[in-house]
Write a protein that binds this ligand. Structure first.
Ligand code: NIG
Ligand code: FE
Length: 412
């Protein structure tokens, strides 16, 4: 069905060149048109123009944006929204001075979530996950990556991935799945990390691949978790099933995770709170996207990833929420854009490019999603009128998002 949005105060995220990733200086430019209309058909964008050149087609549906801004939906390329319950007990431990690593060493953290997930039925897990997915959709997210990694046994990892597959069928959002068996060593393998890695390679990966449950593979490659050698073994095994790497790297230490990711053509390396000039230069010369997660830095009181320096040195930077119960219990991508501006010194245009087109690129989706371009899925939202785009990250708790459309259909 033909549908046109009229009286758009500012149409943002237009890309006439249909680019699939923006790097360095390219991230400064957010295609914008003031006083615009936007047309779609069969759930995909077709055209746009200035209001003075508006020519309505007979019978087309008309929506009046009443001067609001139109932005492409957020593309959140790093989440762990399949989990059971919550971990506010550890939140209190953190307030009382324990670090994320200390909590993990005491058997809390990821293993705590794995125990809870084990005791939760697949239906209950799906219901909890679907509620979180709906929450983030209503905050403006249109594409979402979701990881396993709180199962840590073959059975529970498959349970998580089946929940993601079901969500992909039921949610209006575009969902992609990542297998993160190497998130922590499962309790049954305590003290036998090498054997757990063998188990991932010989048992888990083939089973995940047999059911076609994940397009991506991830490893928590960091101090106290998995080594670069173990990461390389897992990535090489996963490549045989066509799974592309996305790595948790350099959150806790200068772990070598960026190097192992780039060497294996990772789609993205994520976190990067602790990277230096060497890693930035390596990323600038590669096709791997640097995904930073300012919500985790905010929640854990960690340093923020050097997104400013990375962009200034020509890196393609994406920003994601890391929505998970331990280090970032929020999937609010607008908050991510605000943190990027306030804490990482990105401009509003850079922050929006990093949370839309580059987020889509970090999920392999950017030829179909992430900007306003002819033929792309019509995923966007309309805000209340704003004089400047900067009002969006500036007024960071004012509810500005008014109408949300995914595949051209209103979902709120
Ligand atoms: O991305 N860093 C590793 N994994 C998650 C946190 C997982 C958890 O604490 O439950 C993250 O921050
Ligand atoms: Fe994560």
């Amino acid at each position: 069905m033909k549908h046109i949005i009229i009286n758009i105060g500012r149409l943002c995220g237009i890309d006439t060149a249909s680019r699939t990733v923006l790097r360095g200086q390219e991230m400064k430019m957010l295609g914008e048109l003031e006083g615009a209309w936007l047309r779609m058909d069969e759930g995909r964008f077709t055209s746009w123009g200035k209001m003075e050149n508006l020519d309505l087609a007979p019978g087309e549906k008309v929506t009046d944006a009443q001067g609001g801004t139109v932005l492409p939906s957020f593309c959140d390329s790093h989440t762990h929204i399949v989990y059971a319950g919550s971990r506010e007990g550890e939140f209190l431990d953190k307030i009382n001075g324990l670090s994320y690593e200390e909590i993990a060493k005491r058997g809390g953290g990821i293993l705590n979530s794995a125990d809870l997930l084990h005791a939760t039925s697949e239906q209950d897990l799906y219901d909890q996950t679907a509620a979180r997915a709906r929450e983030v959709m209503l905050k403006g997210t249109g594409c979402l990556e979701v990881k396993s990694g709180y199962g840590l046994t073959l059975e529970d990892e498959l349970k998580m991935l089946r929940v993601i597959a079901r969500l992909a069928e039921t949610s209006p959002m575009k969902i992609v799945a990542t297998f993160l068996g190497a998130h922590a060593v499962g309790r049954a393998y305590a003290g036998r990390q090498g054997e757990y890695v063998d188990h991932i390679i010989t048992d888990m990966l083939p089973a995940v691949a047999a059911e076609g449950l994940a397009g991506f593979v991830d490893v928590f490659c960091d101090r106290g978790f998995f080594t670069t050698e173990e990461t390389a073994r897992i990535l090489e095994a996963a490549a045989r099933y066509g799974m592309k790497p996305k790595i948790h790297a350099n959150e806790l230490d200068v772990s070598g995770g960026v190097q192992v990711g780039v060497a294996h053509n990772a789609v993205s390396v994520d976190h990067l709170e602790r990277i230096g000039e060497e890693e930035i230069a390596l990323l600038a010369g590669s096709d791997t996207i640097a995904t930073m997660l300012p919500g985790a830095s905010f929640f854990l009181g960690m340093p923020y990833g050097p997104a400013r320096r990375a962009i200034d040195n020509g890196v393609a930077v994406a920003l994601a929420s890391d929505y998970n119960p331990g280090s970032s219990p929020s999937g609010d991508m607008r908050m991510v854009t605000s943190l990027a501006c306030i804490k990482m010194k990105l401009t509003p245009a850079e922050a929006i490019n990093a949370t839309t087109i580059n987020g889509a690129a970090a999920m392999g989706l950017s030829s179909e999603y992430g900007s306003i371009a002819p033929g792309k899925h019509a995923n966007f939202f309309i805000t209340d009128p704003m004089k400047e785009l900067a009002f969006f990250p500036y007024a960071y708790t004012t509810p500005l998002i008014r109408e949300i459309y995914l595949n051209g259909t209103k979902v709120n």
